[in-house]
Design a protein around this ligand. Structure first.
Ligand code: NAD
Ligand code: USQ
Length: 397
């Protein structure tokens, strides 16, 4: 299968491009390298020493003999070039990772809010419009987020995979209808993913595009079998207050002896998945697309759920590093339950990497190994959800 991986220089996109190439697919990466530009803007770097795209694809070729194409392309800004790729390269499928994905970055300022909406919504719409205009049967797999559902869902009923069956009362009795699960975004970033969902519903119905939306939980870990082959293939590891996600941040903090930065009571329950399972899920989604005319196929791409304070206690227990309860810079429920349906990937053969298996090796092989590259002034999350909310004083001595 020929696959265009948009956002293939990123944390999920690069290991996916390698995995798909390793499985024998013909892979082209399109990326505008904006994630690297934002690193420079924030004055941070991946904890791991990631190489340029040119060096990455050359190393992959040298090691495996396989070719991954690379196009420097902005899908939000360069519509005509995107359309030309669809027309001339005719991929069988597109995997769309190419969005601004940090909730804290999206809440930093009016500039980053506008950038996140412009980049994400325009990019997704350009991909859809270009598939239609190219007139080819190109299937789309998009990376959505568990955060589209929000965290107000409680009780024993699991969050379904995308759709909810509701009863609509009418004078003639109740009508049963299937609707998109109500959206409840917790940040401007998450809001863009809920807007993406409406774009997908429209284009699947109107143009019969075959679309799969993967509602992924928080990805942890760094390496896959392919990225671990050579240091030139290493994946990025974000640990800063904007882009670092909670579990990888705790692993890095433990490696340098920094108190674990729990926001509030740490009662937030979230869904997680290891990067090794992310790449497998993408291939499963690519090889099991919906038929033309079907509604958007939604998978919940998660393997486990954890409460933030339980993760902190687990890592503290393993490493002896203390837990710090900081004022929460976000507006979010202090405590929530989370029960997620994830039957589809399990039925299609996903065999999950669990926290207990992956945690120690991740700590040792990545967080410890590259600890000297850490900039401790970038650890505390300083982006606040509302003007006037206070972050904690810097914990770093
Ligand atoms: P990332 O920021 O590391 O990678 C995104 C890539 O997309 C970057 O390389 C960036 O340069 C590129 N990009 C952004 N805008 C672009 C544009 N207009 N044109 C071309 N390229 C563009 O993020 P990630 O962690 O790899 O996430 C990938 C996708 O998965 C995102 O859509 C994100 O919302 C989703 N996701 C990520 C996680 C996670 O925990 N990392 C969890 C759930 C969902
Ligand atoms: N948190 C802490 N301490 C930290 C960092 C985070 O307590 O040092 C808390 C946050 O307040 C939040 C939870 O941990 O309650 C998760 O935060 P996160 O930064 O790990 O994840 P989030 O902002 O939700 O975003 C990440 C990815 C995003 C993806 C999302 C999946 O950046 O691209 O969509 O995870 S999900 O959370 O399922 O929506």
């Amino acid at each position: 299968m020929k696959v265009l991986v948009i956002g293939g220089d990123g944390f999920c996109g690069w290991p996916t491009a390698l995995y798909l190439s390793d499985q024998g697919h013909d892979v082209i990466v399109a990326d505008n390298l904006s994630r690297r530009t934002i690193d420079a803007e924030l004055g941070i770097e991946s904890l791991t020493p990631i190489r340029s795209m040119e060096e990455r694809v050359a190393a992959w070729k040298e090691i495996t003999g396989r070719t991954i194409g690379f196009v420097h392309l902005d899908v939000a800004e360069e519509y005509d070039r995107l359309l030309e790729i669809f027309r001339t390269d005719t991929p069988d499928a597109v995997v769309h990772f190419g969005e601004q994905r940090a909730a804290p970055y999206s809440m930093r300022s009016d500039t980053t809010k506008r950038y996140t909406v412009d980049n994400n919504v325009r990019g997704t719409h350009n991909v859809l419009a270009a598939i239609v205009e190219a007139g080819k049967d190109i299937a789309l797999v998009h990376l959505g987020t568990m955060g589209v559902y929000g965290y107000g869902w409680s009780g024993s009923a699991p969050i379904p995979e995308g759709y909810l069956t509701v009863k609509v009362p009418t004078p003639d009795g109740d009508l049963e209808r299937e609707i998109l699960h109500p959206a409840n975004p917790g940040s401007v970033y998450h809001l863009t993913k809920t807007l993406d969902q409406l774009l997908f519903a429209f284009y699947a119905a109107n143009d019969q595009i075959r679309i799969t939306d993967l509602h992924q939980g928080i990805v942890w870990g760094t390496q896959t079998d392919q990225t671990a082959l050579d240091e030139r293939l290493i994946n990025r590891f974000d640990y800063d207050g904007d882009y670092g996600t909670v579990l990888n941040r705790f692993l890095m903090q433990a490696a340098i002896g920094h108190p674990l930065t729990v926001h509030g009571t740490g009662g937030q329950t979230r869904a997680f998945i290891h990067i090794r399972d992310t790449v497998r899920c993408i291939e499963i989604a690519l090889t099991n697309p919906p038929a033309a005319g079907d509604k958007v196929m939604v998978f919940n791409q998660v393997t486990e759920t954890y409460r933030v304070r339980d993760l902190a206690e687990l890592i503290s227990g393993l490493t002896g590093v203390e837990v710090a309860n900081l004022p929460n810079p976000r507006r979010e429920a202090a405590e929530n339950e989370l029960n997620v349906s994830r039957d589809r990937f399990v039925a299609l053969g996903l065999n999950a990497t669990t926290l207990s298996e992956g945690l120690l090796s991740e700590c040792r092989d990545i967080a410890q190994k590259y600890r000297d590259r850490a900039d401790t002034t970038k650890i505390i999350a300083r982006s606040v959800w509302r003007k006037g909310m206070e972050t904690s004083p810097d914990l770093v001595k």
